[in-house]
Design a binder for this molecule. Structure first.
Ligand code: ADP
Ligand code: ADP
Ligand code: MG
Length: 447
């Protein structure tokens, strides 16, 4: 096992990783930007080192500064968390070249799966069902018109290098194709530095159901069931749960099998998530694979009893998985609410600033993953997510009840939050009945 791990991230995920390291007896190094001098992760790690100014490009995305920090502190591995450099193949390659283990899959896997058009082709070849669409990237508008007519409208234009819901455009009729095609290309270029786009059939009102996989470096691949992430606002996840309300034993087995096949098709190791869309007939289609720990991993940890971050550290240090598919049992129900410093009544405008008072919920089956504390000043430069509230109970009904009271107990003063918004959502009859799809929240907001 590693002696010292550097955590190339901030916020609640950095804190989560520090805790996992501690439990495994690993020393940990936090990195921070000048804006994060007083951040929790920088205070609770064994060592903390400043890597640059507030701007992410010069700090959390600055691979040279991170590698130098590894050198100075004598770290033997890097955990990238999510976002930032977690899906950057070049960074993974640079780490490995310097003899520092990148805690994640191989640079080759990241590269292949990071290009969504290439990933889709690989999955199709491996026999994993994919959403009908173009074979790879589309060169020009003439090709796009031809392919769109073959697929049939509505279609989506999607950035090959996309992530975080960016670079996606819906096209309902041919007359809109050219302008949206160009818009998607431009957004892709500015966000990801790559203007490659591909076309995909737009699936109407599907659910987003993703399968968690874990794979060691010795060829063992196991899936840990699903997470339903259909509660989304503008393609971004708001609340997640496991199991999915639509799941059956049979469907889980089929999707799990497809996910394991997908991971094996690209020689994958470490933890990963295969995102699928599921339609009304319970047919499912591969959408993308995320080659990192996910924000919503705690719901899977609750229902399986498996610590995913510790598992990442063990896999990266070449250990063999300590469990098989038969050992994995999905028990109970878990729900996660993402708590953001934002104002829902003002278009979800971010609300940075000082947390004057903080009371967090507790009790059996309640977990708080957060880097917030009383007196903490949320900087304006980063993600607005300040906490994840996760509950666990024997049934979905019990979990909803628990979340309801946990949210009611949660007090944050000084900044605006979406706590009341989440509380309304939890009480919504469509959520309670489990009958919601990826368009539910956007439709609700329009009313
Ligand atoms: P999940 O919630 O499933 O882990 P998200 O798509 O919400 O995945 O992304 C997790 C975090 O990573 C978010 O903070 C998001 O903004 C960021 N992110 C995702 N993809 C990219 C990308 N390609 N470039 C930069 N940031 C990204
Ligand atoms: P990102 O890499 O930005 O997360 P995804 O490919 O995962 O992009 O798509 C983001 C979200 O957009 C999905 O969770 C889903 O809600 C929606 N979406 C993606 N593809 C389709 C599709 N073909 N039909 C309908 N909705 C889709
Ligand atoms: Mg996605």
């Amino acid at each position: 096992m590693f002696e010292k791990v550097l955590i190339a991230n901030r916020g609640e995920i950095a804190v989560r990783i520090i805790r996992a390291c501690r439990e495994l007896g690993i020393r940990c190094v936090a990195v921070y930007s000048t804006a994060d001098k007083n951040a929790l992760h920088a205070q609770i790690a064994d060592e903390a080192i400043c890597i640059g100014p507030a701007n992410t490009k010069d700090s959390y995305l600055n691979s040279q500064a991170l590698l130098a920090a590894c050198e100075i502190t004598g770290s033997d591995a890097v955990h990238p968390g999510f976002g930032f450099l977690s899906e950057n193949a070049d960074f993974a390659r640079q780490c490995n070249k310097c003899g520092i283990t990148f805690i994640g899959p191989s640079p080759e896997s990241i590269e292949m799966l990071g290009d969504k058009a290439t990933a889709k082709e690989t999955m199709k070849k491996a026999g994993v069902p994919v959403i009908p669409g173009s074979d790879g990237a589309v060169k020009n508008i003439d090709d796009a018109k031809m392919i769109a007519n073959e697929i049939g409208y509505p279609i989506l234009v999607k950035a090959s290098a996309g992530g975080g819901g960016r670079g996606i455009r819906l096209v309902e009729k041919e007359s809109d194709l050219e302008s949206r095609f160009i818009a998607a290309k431009q957004e892709a270029k500015s966000f990801f530095g790559d203007d490659g786009v591909y076309l995909e059939k737009f699936i109407i009102n599907p659910r987003h159901v993703e399968i968690q996989v874990v794979a060691d470096k010795h060829g063992n691949v196991v899936h840990l069931g699903e997470r339903d992430c259909s509660m989304q606002r503008r393609n971004q996840k708001v609340l997640e749960e496991s199991p999915s309300p639509i799941m059956t034993e049979e469907l889980r087995e089929k999707m799990g099998e497809a996910a394991v096949k997908a991971a094996k098709a690209c020689g994958y190791y470490n933890v990963g998530t295969i995102e699928f869309l599921v339609d009304k007939n319970l047919d499912f289609y591969f959408m993308e694979m995320n080659t990192r720990i996910q924000v919503e991993h705690p719901v899977t940890e609750f229902v399986t009893g498996i610590d995913l971050v510790k598992t990442q550290l063990k896999i990266a240090s070449d250990e063999v998985l300590s469990f098989t598919q038969d050992d994995v049992k999905i028990i109970g129900h878990s729900i996660e609410c993402r708590i953001n410093a934002e104002n829902p009544s003002m278009g979800f405008r971010p609300s940075p600033g000082k947390i004057i008072a903080l009371h967090t919920p507790g009790g059996p089956g309640i977990r708080m993953d957060s880097a917030a504390y009383q007196g903490y000043i949320i900087p304006p430069y980063y993600d607005s997510m300040i906490a994840k509230l996760i509950v666990y109970a024997p049934t979905r009904e019990d979990a909803i009840m628990k979340m309801r009271w946990a949210l009611s107990e949660f007090i944050v003063e000084g900044v605006d939050t979406n706590i009341d918004f989440q509380l309304d959502l939890i009480k919504n009859p469509s959520f309670e009945s489990g009958e919601y799809d990826i368009g539910f929240l956007d439709r609700l907001m329009k009313k």
